[in-house]
Design a binder for this molecule. Structure first.
Ligand SMILES: [Cu+2]
Length: 109
């Protein structure tokens, strides 16, 4: 049990996300170069488990680095991550993929 907890809290998850993000950017749709008007959306994504405040911090730091993400509020008490983002730059699918890459598997839509 304790080893599972340690696995959930590994800070090197951040590196996994950064590699994942580079991969995604390589295949991303071309940016028009212009300033798109930001359309801010806030979603609450439930995940299987956020173990502790350290996990919250990992999620907060990692998702905050994603383009278009403006606000990240993970809560280990409710196992939910509230994210505010610009839908012209990132989508809920991408956010869910990022959480999964970090080891926080999203649950039901
Ligand atoms: Cu933790």
């Amino acid at each position: 049990m304790s080893s599972e907890v340690l696995a959930l809290c590994r800070p090197d998850r951040l590196d996994i996300l950064l590699e994942w993000k580079l991969y995604r950017e390589g295949g991303a749709a071309g940016d028009t170069g212009g300033m798109k008007e930001a359309t801010m959306i806030t979603v609450t994504i439930p995940v299987r488990e956020i173990h502790c405040g350290g996990c919250e911090n990992t999620i907060r730091v990692a998702l905050s680095r994603m383009e278009g993400v403006r606000g990240v509020e993970p809560d280990h008490r409710t196992n939910q991550v509230r994210v505010s983002y610009d839908e012209a730059r990132v989508g809920e699918v991408g956010l869910r993929e990022a959480l999964a890459a970090l080891g926080f598997e999203p649950t039901a839509a």
